[in-house]
Design a protein. Sequence first.
Length: 574
Amino acid sequence: MTIKQKIAEILDEKNTHHKLSSRLTSYFIIFLILLSVVQMLLETDQRFFQYSRIFQTVEVIIVGIFSIEYVVRLWTVDLIDDKYKGVKGRLSYIFSFYALIDLLAIVPFYFSLVSPSVSLDVFRFARLFRVLRIMRYMKSFDFVIRATKNKKNELLTSFQLIALLTLIFSIMMFYVENKAQSGEFTSIWNAILWSVSKYIGGIGGYGDFTPVTVMGKTLATFIGFLAIALFAVPAGIIAGGFVDEIHEEKERKELSERAKLIEYSFGVNRANMAHTPDIPIRYKKHPILGIPNVLERYCTIAMLQSRLTFSETEIFNAIRHSDNLRIKWEKSSEEVKTFDMIVVEHFEKNTQYGLFERNSSRDGETEDSPVTIICGGGRGERAISHFCRCLARYGKFNLILNEYYSSGDIIPERKLGFDESDLFANGECLNTEGQREFCEDIKEINKTPQLNIVIRSSRANRKHQFQFGFGGEKGDAIDVVKQPTIDNIDEFKNFFNEFQQAVEHRNLPCCTHEEFDCTSKRLVHQWIYDNTHNNTLTIYISVGVLATALKDNNYFYDIKLLSDMINKHFVNKC
């Protein structure tokens, strides 16, 4: 985790419940706000005038800390909320409610330094904005703000109705009262001002006269009712929204707890998880891979219902609320022609597109591994996300894994291919922020010599279960590839032959370019090679291998074998 990510995590108020560092930071800022309030109270009392120098020192310290906090928040806000990414995002944050309050809490101090002519009273008055900073840490204020935002259409409608009725009554008032007292109701505009004055207690003397006709007095009564409605109706709407927010917050908390329990269902050792859901999962080492962070590939809905006693609706709502769970179709066996199971997958995400992990190939080293596993189909392809995570973590390889986008997705903003795309053919990755970040991370990790291994899946009914591509056309043998994307062909031959022999006894045929072309510029494979000039290899793995039965340990033996072969032929010989 980078320094920027650590700071963003500390400043994110959402982490105060489960991060001690974030909670202590929030308490410290609240203490400074309260200290500033106490200082304002004491410095106006004559008994404390002798401590004015101390008050000035405290003021400088508080402003200094608040200034640093404001700058750091502006720097890290894109990691706290994706909508604040980029220049436009930063500008949007600067003009957001809490950011404006933070800015107004410190700007007057600097104005007083630059322009001594600024009144001391103005400066002291402006310091009141610091009190408003505490709103950031109080849920009740958040509820009111969110309720007002959520009910803005209802509020606007009520104000429009009151304004329309005020206009109608004011016009009627003019025609009724103008003849009786032409010196008072001289125009329709004058009548409107009189009506508005009844709402807010008088405007420049316009409310000092009253209607004299019976009809005018009746209209004035209706205007009086509107004055009540002007405040009562919005207050009722906001109060209703406030209650809704409290209910939704309670529901969000329940959904979050359910989602945590579902996520914990993917762990190997979940001791006391039902009683202490905030305690991190402690994983046992996997019996085959020997690493601690191996989760189950998926859980069926029936499995979760029996484990957690949740209804199907509760499970689906919790998954919809979670950032690390998703629903997928699955087959109970590869002999079944159609998908007959609904399963839940757990995935990890630390970027806009998915997961980026840097690992060292040897314990104690700080340099990145010379091998990077790249997968663009984590969201769209069956079981491949879990396979890539296990492969990278067991082999201590870097990992770039797309978990958010898929060319077959029905959601427009997610419908984007990361394995093949016309954007790759154009040499660009500019369609979305996520794709740009995906490509930038690939370039970043390839600043040093790398072997990039692109993992893709293939249909289970294909002849070959493992297919290796390194720049050849469909049907090319190893020795006839014209523009290979691997430098050491001889070492690749050794790797391929040894791997082929190792899986031959399980009837898992292997080939190179027999069924797939690896020269198209639409492929992420070619984009990586053209932009990094590092060794690039694509491995197509049959869904029959990726989606073997959960009780079948061959899945993990395949991961171990492939990883060991990569380390033996491409890492240990570097």
